[in-house]
Each structure stands twice: as structure tokens, then as C-alpha cells.
Design a protein around this ligand. Structure first.
Ligand SMILES: [Zn+2]
Length: 202
């Protein structure tokens, strides 16, 4: 019997599909797929339908790139949010974490990643051009750099700080202060530390 007969085509194709997700290698794909198959059929079909629904309706906000089910996200379309304050984060989940505190009244800008030369991710791959346009359009007063407190996040923040100071000398650029362990990711940081970090930005 040939290997192809034993290893189902459907499984192979599903695994190959999952490896196309950034950061999911063969290991990640195996972990996801084989564990998914351990769920009873009704449950796993329901789960995958939810994912299908999500991937069909979710998209980046056309202003700030926050993942939303509308053309413009709820933050950008809220008149009460102060557009002169732009908080820059790497991913949507970082903005959701800050939003959960319910304290920040400005808007966000999602970079969709961070500068990571080792992974071949450069400034051009991020949504920096749009950020610069928004700073200009909104006549921004302050840009808060809330990228993750790790090597890539710090490098991305310095890059942006230099760029913004050069192009818009009148705009205040601040960096969130992190009272928590170096290397922790924003989305996993407890609310108290995140709140302190926001208050103590410099
Ligand atoms: Zn938005």
C-alpha cells in the first residue's frame, strides 16, 4: 500500500493550509489539526464554521487597521474619541487589551507587526505610511508608542520616534513605560501594570 493511501489527502491539504498562517510551521499545523480532530465531530464542525464566519466578515479598519466587522471600526467612528491622540500598537489584540481598561480616549494605529530583520520584516511591510498620513490629517498632538517591550518592539518604537520627530517636529512622541517584566507581551500584561505603564509614559 502506498503512503498516499494511508495518509489521507484531506488531512495533508488541511495541514499544508495551516502552515501558510504566519508563525505556524509544520509543528504548529500538526498541533492544531490533530487536536482539532480529537474533538467530537459536531463540536469541531461548529468550531470551524465559527472560524469560517469570522474570516469572512472580519477585516482591518480602513483608518486604523484594527480588526473589525465594519468598514470603519467602533473606535474610529466614535465622535467622542480624540483623534489627536494616536496610540500605536503592533497588533489588534494589543489595542483590545488597552481598551479593556476603559481609560484611553484617543484612537489606535495597528502596525500589523513589528520591524524584525531576522524574519525579513522591514518598515515597508508595516502600515507606517498610513500612520504618517493620519498624523497629518488629524493634526495629531501626541503619538503614544505602545509596541511590545521586547527587542523588536523597542527597535520599532525608536524607528518610529525618529521618523515622526523628523517629519512632524511639533508632535509629542511618547513611549509607554513598562513596570512589568521585560519581554512580556502587551496582551498578556495584567491590567494594573498596563494602566501604570500608560500613566507613566515618557
Ligand atoms: Zn479604526
Amino acid at each position: 500500500m502506498a503512503y498516499e493511501d494511508i495518509f489521507p489527502k484531506a488531512l495533508r491539504e488541511a495541514l499544508e493550509g495551516i502552515t501558510e498562517i504566519p508563525t505556524y510551521g509544520e509543528k504548529g499545523a500538526n498541533r492544531f489539526m490533530y487536536n482539532l480532530l480529537k474533538l467530537d465531530k459536531e463540536k469541531r464542525v461548529r468550531l470551524v464554521k465559527k472560524i469560517l464566519e469570522a474570516v469572512q466578515i472580519l477585516r482591518p479598519c480602513k483608518e486604523c487597521y484594527l480588526i473589525t466587522d465594519k468598514e470603519v471600526c467602533a473606535v474610529c467612528s466614535d465622535d467622542k474619541r480624540i483623534k489627536k491622540f494616536i496610540c500605536v500598537v503592533e497588533e489588534s489584540q494589543d489595542a483590545y487589551a488597552i481598551e479593556r481598561l476603559g481609560r484611553y480616549k484617543g484612537v489606535y494605529h495597528i502596525l500589523q507587526g513589528r520591524i524584525a530583520p531576522l524574519e525579513g520584516i522591514s518598515a515597508e511591510d508595516l502600515t507606517i505610511d498610513k500612520l504618517l498620513k493620519r498624523i497629518e490629517t488629524y493634526k495629531a498632538k501626541e503619538v503614544i508608542l505602545a509596541t511590545n517591550p521586547n527587542v523588536e518592539g523597542e527597535a520599532t518604537a525608536s524607528y518610529l520616534a525618529n521618523l515622526i520627530k523628523k517629519k512632524f517636529p511639533g508632535v509629542k512622541v511618547s513611549r509607554t513605560a513598562y513596570g512589568f517584566q521585560f519581554g512580556s507581551l502587551i496582551e498578556f500584561v495584567d491590567e494594573y501594570s498596563l494602566e501604570k505603564s500608560f500613566e507613566n509614559r515618557k
